[in-house]
Design a protein around this ligand. Sequence first.
Ligand code: COA
Length: 255
Amino acid sequence: MWPSTWRGEAIGLVTPDAEFDSNLPDLLCVHGSGGRGAEFLPLLERLRGAANGAAIDLPGHGDTPGPGRDQVQGYVDWLAAYLEQGHSRPLLLGNSLGGAIALGMALERPELVSGLVLWGTGARLRVLPKILEGLASGFGPTVEFLAQMAYAEVTDPARKERGRRAMAQSAPEVLLGDYTACDRFDVMQRLGEIDLPCLVVCGDGDKLTPLKYSQYLAEHIKGARLAIIPGAGHLIHEEQPQAGAEAISGFLAAL
Ligand code: COA
């Protein structure tokens, strides 16, 4: 079972399978800025039989109490404390900010992690000033802009609208903290220290963390594989969950 508490407090955690299959690897998904674990369910459903999958709500997101953090290290410390109480040493799948957290875990607490799936992210995540300034001064229009940026051009407008509505439920200070944490994050010179199995996955229409970022990760992390998902933007798990699940299944089978 995945622990559903953090230091005795209930947190948000979703999983398609309540029971672990001890023959399968464990995979924990970590969402990006203003996200929540439930967005990974379409992906995790497709990984049944390949992994014991779950997705967690970071502090201040979904059903996990706040506050949020404004440094990736703050989220790394929180996730490390979560993993220390469980029996599992999972693979971490991290999207965007979640990928930065997964990289931070691999660098700071590798004993808690058995591998990485870097899912629309990068080793450095500078943020457009328009986003940072906009979140501080005009939340609604900035969320609208972010929702447009997060999806590929080809993605169904109804899905984009659902994504915009979900992001608009974020507490403004949490979303600003998330993007501030991204903007401060830079491990480009440290990737050679990582010694874990690693799959890098990027949508070919990702505008927030362009393909160049994933190519850099795959070139600088020892033994990493790169999968490019056609027709996906920054949120592959929502836009192309089947193709994303196939990439992960192939990676897991080769471990
Ligand atoms: N992997 C590989 N290369 C990277 C990188 C990464 N993670 N992050 C930056 N770089 C490269 C850039 O491509 C650039 O290369 P170039 O000089 O050959 O063009 C160089 O490093 C410097 O880029 P950056 O640090 O981003 O600074 P900048 O002043 O050039 O650009 C932004 C700043 C905000 C305009 C830019 O980072 C951007 O467009 N970001 C994407 C949009 C966004 O806000 N995303 C949110 C991420 S959560």
